[in-house]
Design a protein around this ligand. Structure first.
Ligand code: FEO
Length: 393
C-alpha cells in the first residue's frame, strides 16, 4: 500500500485488516483498519501504531516517506493493543530513547503492557507540543474508552486525531467520508453501540467541552475506518443523537428457542407490535450476532427478551446476550420477557430480574407457555406485543 497525504505534510500510514471477523467478541463482518499517521515537520512525529501483526506494513508505509530512524516523536493516543501492539518494533527501529508522548494513564498502561523503560513524556490535558511549523494540542478523554485515551489536535491544520472515537470497523478501498457516502453510517453506529454506548454521558460532556473550546475542526481522523473530511459535523451530530438514546417507536424481540415454541411466541409478539405501528424485528440469537442485536437496540424504545427454560435456567445464548447488554448500559427502554418451558419455567423470572437490574421499565410481568403455545397462547403473545406497542406511544 501507499501512504496518503491527508493534509499538507500529514500522512495516513495505517494498515487494512481485510480478514478480521471477530474483534474481542464484536463481529467485524467488513474487517477493519488500524490508522496511524505521520507528520512531516522539523520534528517528524508518528501518531499511534498498529496491531502487532501489521507492524511490517506500518514500517513499509513510513519508509516510503522517510527513513523511520528519522522519526523524532511518537504520540500514543490510546494503549489498547490494536494501536500500541506495534510500539515495541517501532521504538526498536527508531531508537528506544525517542520521546514517547501519552497521557499519565498512558504511561502506566504502556509500562504494564510492554515492561519497557521508554522515554515517556506524559502530557497534560490542554498541553501543547511544537513540531516546528505545526503545533499539537492534547485533550484527555478519560474513559473514552480507556482511562488513558486522549485526542491530539493539529492547530494549524485543524485536524483532530480522535483515537477510537468516531471510528468504524470497516475495511475497504475508501479512506474518506466523501468517497464512501452514507453507507459508512451503519458501521459507525455499530461501533458506537458496541464500544462506546456505556460512556454515553461522557460523550455528551466531551462534545459540549469541544464546543466550548471552540476548536475549529476540518478533519477528524479516527484510529479505525474512514476519515471525516467532507462533513466532520455529521459524525459528531450522530454521536450526540446516539448518546442521547432517545427511544424510537421500534422494538427488538431477541430470543433463542429449542423446539420452536419460543420462536412462535417471538413472532406473534412481533405481529402484535407491528399492528400498533411499531417497527419490530425478531432476532434469533443463533442467527444474529450479539453485536448486531445491540446495534438494533441502540435506538429502540422496547426490548423484549425470550428464552426457553433449560435445566432450570436460561438458554446459554440468552445469558450471553444479557451479560453483554448489561455491560453496555443501554438506557430509556421499556421491556418484557417471555419463553416456553416444560416443567419448571424459571426463564421469564430470571430475565425479568436482569432487565430490572438494567433499569429497564417492565411493562408486563412476562409470559410463559408450557411446551407448545396453542391458538390461545399465540393470541396472548400477540396481545402482549400490542400492549408493548401501546406503551411505546
Ligand atoms: Fe481500537 Fe480501544 O482500541
Amino acid at each position: 500500500m501507499k501512504p496518503i497525504e491527508i493534509a499538507k505534510d500529514i500522512y495516513w500510514v495505517g494498515a487494512v485488516d481485510w480478514n478480521i471477523r471477530d474483534f474481542h467478541g464484536y463481529s467485524t463482518d467488513s474487517g477493519t483498519t488500524y490508522n496511524a499517521y505521520l507528520i512531516m515537520d522539523e520534528k517528524v512525529t508518528l501518531i499511534d501504531t498498529v496491531k502487532k501483526e501489521f507492524v511490517d506494513e506500518l514500517i513499509s508505509m513510513i519508509s516510503q516517506i522517510i527513513d523511520p530512524k528519522k522519526i523524532d516523536y511518537v504520540i500514543s493516543n490510546h494503549t489498547e493493543m490494536d494501536h500500541s501492539g506495534g510500539l515495541p518494533r517501532v521504538m526498536h527501529k527508531i531508537g528506544e530513547d525517542k520521546p514517547l508522548y501519552c497521557s499519565k494513564m498512558g504511561v502506566k498502561n504502556l509500562s504494564r503492557h510492554f515492561q519497557q523503560k521508554w522515554n515517556y513524556q506524559p502530557v497534560q490535558d490542554g498541553g501543547e507540543l511544537s513540531l516546528g511549523k505545526k503545533t499539537l494540542s492534547f485533550l484527555e478523554t478519560r474513559m473514552l474508552h480507556w482511562p488513558d485515551s486522549m485526542f491530539t489536535y493539529v492547530k494549524e491544520d485543524r485536524v483532530l486525531f480522535s483515537s477510537d472515537a468516531f471510528g468504524q470497523h470497516y475495511a475497504g478501498p475508501e479512506r474518506f467520508d466523501d468517497e464512501i457516502g452514507g453507507t459508512i453510517m451503519p458501521h459507525a453506529m455499530k461501533y458506537f453501540a458496541n464500544i462506546l454506548l456505556l460512556y454515553s454521558p461522557l460523550i455528551l460532556k466531551l462534545v459540549d467541552r469541544v464546543k466550548k473550546l471552540g476548536l475549529p475542526i476540518d478533519m477528524i481522523c479516527p484510529d479505525h475506518g474512514i476519515m471525516w473530511r467532507k462533513n466532520p459535523a455529521k459524525i459528531i451530530n450522530a454521536y450526540v443523537e446516539w448518546a442521547t438514546q432517545k427511544p424510537r417507536k421500534k422494538a427488538v424481540v431477541v430470543y433463542d428457542t429449542m423446539w420452536h415454541s419460543t420462536k412462535k411466541m417471538a413472532e406473534a409478539i412481533v405481529a402484535g407490535l407491528s399492528e400498533e405501528g411499531v417497527q419490530a424485528v425478531p432476532m434469533h440469537l443463533r442467527s444474529w450476532h450479539r453485536s448486531d442485536v445491540i446495534t438494533a437496540i441502540l435506538d429502540a424504545g422496547a426490548v423484549i427478551v425470550g428464552s426457553p427454560t433449560l435445566n432450570n435456567g436460561l438458554f446459554p445464548t440468552v445469558s450471553d446476550f444479557l451479560t453483554y447488554m448489561k455491560g453496555l448500559k443501554p438506557k430509556n427502554k421499556i421491556a418484557a420477557a417471555f419463553g416456553s418451558y416444560g416443567w419448571s419455567g424459571e426463564a421469564v423470572k430470571l430475565i425479568n430480574k436482569q432487565l430490572e437490574e438494567m433499569k429497564f421499565e417492565l411493562v408486563d410481568p412476562g409470559l410463559k407457555m408450557q411446551y407448545v403455545p396453542d391458538d390461545q397462547g399465540i393470541d396472548a403473545c400477540y396481545q402482549l406485543g400490542k400492549k408493548i406497542g401501546r406503551a411505546l406511544k
